[in-house]
Design a protein around this ligand. Structure first.
Ligand code: UDP
Length: 330
């Protein structure tokens, strides 16, 4: 199926990879992004409208011009630590901005939305793997800002007939196979880019946040999912809604957990050189283990991750960061 999709936050990491996948599947893509944390050069698979999701007039204008069949909504801030020190930024952008977008969609008669949610809405789970029924109890404002939207989407669905697919990502990782886009955060806080950048930039040493967790090697376990597998899930979710599917929610992970030390060792294997590191204290708010059950996405969307083995994740990230290391800076 195809049509036109408006992609908020399409200049960011997950958004830009999804734009590529949508475009390759035959969708016309238009990106709506204020470029506050996104990148103009990552918008390559459709036109860019520069605008803010808190700006209702800009949204009304974009929706009237583009007349999308659906909206894929990625525009959000995503740093857990920042959300703790500046919660207003997160509730205003992630929650209130999304409400402004939903109101504009209802007014324009656009009734299909794909929403980027997160495993951070679960907080610290009692057991893994986590299903979509695992109780949601976030432990930081970032997780709450996304969980509020999940609730608002249910209510807007009931009141206005807006159909949505909420996708709860586990740890998005890796990069486009052609390295046309990839992960670019400033500042970077994520494990895989930091472990790789430590090898490409002089003088950086990775800190492993805690080695005394109750896990197989004492370091945290996460479920790393290749960003192109995430993109494939979004494409399937668009098809699902376009075919008349009802509102739904899916975990997007692999069902397999990897420790921080296993990631470090994989980076060493792919790069052929040691990752300089030291063991530091635990990072506040880090659950010991987060692993998805992705059975529901397989059963309903037919989604099976194809590229999420750790070697492929690290190899594609490595290629991207090597290219990034030579990028001219303004
Ligand atoms: N981590 C680490 N050192 C770093 C960054 C992350 O040890 O400099 C660990 C972190 O504690 C977590 C895992 O790596 O267990 C993944 O962290 P990341 O920030 O990449 O993603 P998150 O799980 O927080 O979404």
């Amino acid at each position: 199926m195809s049509g036109t999709v408006l992609v908020t936050g399409g200049a960011g990491y997950v958004g830009s990879h999804c734009c590529k996948a949508f475009h390759e599947a035959g969708w016309k893509v238009v990106v709506f992004d204020n470029l506050s944390r996104g990148w103009r050069d990552l918008v390559q698979w459709g036109d860019l409208i520069e605008g803010d999701i808190n700006d209702r007039a800009a949204l009304d204008k974009a929706l009237a011009e583009v007349r999308p069949d659906a909206v894929a909504h990625f525009a959000a801030y995503g740093y857990v630590g920042e959300s703790v020190t500046n919660p207003g930024l997160y509730y205003r952008n992630n929650t209130m901005g999304t409400m402004t977008l939903l109101d504009a969609m209802v007014a324009a008669g656009v009734d299909k939305l794909i929403f980027s949610s997160t495993c951070a809405t679960y907080g610290v789970p009692e057991k893994v793997p986590m299903t979509e029924e695992t109780p949601q109890s976030p432990i930081n404002p970032y997780g709450w800002s996304k969980l509020f939207v999940e609730k608002i989407l249910s209510d807007y669905g009931h009141a206005h007939g807006l159909r949505s697919v909420k996708l709860r990502y586990f740890n998005a990782a890796g990069a486009d196979f052609e390295a046309e886009t990839g992960e670019r955060h400033e500042p970077e806080t994520h494990l895989i880019p930091l472990a790789i950048q430590g090898q490409l930039k002089d003088g950086f040493k990775l800190t492993v946040f805690g080695d005394d967790f109750d896990t197989r090697d004492g370091t945290c376990v996460r479920d790393y999912i290749h960003v192109m597998d995430l993109a494939d899930a979004h494409k399937r979710a668009l098809d699902y809604l376009a075919a008349g599917g009802e509102s739904n929610v899916f975990n997007l992970g692999t069902g397999t957990g990897t420790t921080v030390m296993e990631i470090v060792e994989a980076v060493e294997r792919v790069s052929g050189s040691p990752v300089e590191r030291s063991i530091g204290p635990r990072r506040e708010g880090d659950p010991p283990a987060l692993v998805a059950s992705a059975d529901k996405a397989r059963e309903i969307l037919g989604w099976v991750p194809q590229h999420s083995d750790i070697e492929t994740i690290i190899r594609t990230a490595w290629n991207w960061h090597q290219k990034e290391a030579n990028r001219p800076r303004g």
